[in-house]
Design a protein around this ligand. Sequence first.
Ligand code: MG
Length: 381
Amino acid sequence: MDGLKKHLVILGSTGSIGRQTLDIVRQFPERFELVGLCNGYNSDLFRQQVDEFKPKFVNTLGEFESGYGGAKLIPTEEIVSLPEVDLVVAGTVGCAGMSSTLAAIEHGKSIALANKEVIVMAGELLMQKAREHGATILPVDSEPSAIWQCLEGETSPPKRLVVTASGGAFRDYKWDDLHDVTPEQALKHPTWSMGKKITIDSATLMNKAFEVIESQWLFDIPFEQIDVTIHRQSIVHSMVEFEDGTLKAQLGPTNMGQPIQHALFFPERVANPSLPTIDAVAMGSLTFEEMDPSLYPCFSLAIEYGQMGGTYPAVLAGADEAAVQLFLDGQIKFTDIPNAVQKTLEMHEIVAEPSIDDTIAAANWATEITLSSNKSSIILG
Ligand code: MG
């Protein structure tokens, strides 16, 4: 760092997290310098970002001429490994973020991690590598960020984590009533505005199971000590219970700006007038309800296989990614998502102590199998 300036790389710069990160960077030019921007296919927005932020290095799956805007096109793994990089914001979605997140960890970087799938896939290995290489993982996902903030300054281990869930788009329905829901209906989240994949995962509560698995690794706490409770207002982002009976909660607006900013500026808290605030009187009542697992078959399935460990969590992440895509493409029904994921999990032969390559291979296998077996069932059906 030169002075207070952090040198950043953003992975997934045109996605929801990437754009919101750049909104913060734009407001604090004296605090951040963009070394690299990496994205998927959104070429027009990506060029605009390169024009505005002038990163030295870029990587994209879309069309891009090396040298455009003065930016050199090099592999993402090389960008995150550059010596001048202080912080890598992992805002990619799904399993594709693994190799670049791994490279950042192996080079001892700080990683603001929004891409929960990589921790779901290989949490044990990634946390072990982070310890070995002195890398720091700063959660950006709002629930793990809340838990992290509740634990800051504490020296005693937590007794229990309470992860809150809005309940998703269909929280007032029964599972059997959801056969014919459309992607448009499932994409209407009651409290959060997010990317498509995570919004569907929120409607099935797969996202919440991923957050339980993620929290297990990030905070080194067994599954049995992590609870999920339905909290419709999405104001309390999660809670931590301590041995003395104290329950600490982190509250904030339903906006990713705060958790992103907390990871970017950690350990500082900095005024940002463009972020929304909450007012205790205006928020009125906050409610907490028990989660009904019968409404959320994806949740129970994910926890069952998540607990078995090995390559199962990678298969879970890969199969879910494919199943959500099939639903969004109109190829399977909403209620087929857990069946499609379960079928793939049941076909998998677990590798009990996988390497990172084993987890990537398992996730890719799961994505392909889920896509192909569901396409063939459509042909047969
Ligand atoms: Mg979350």
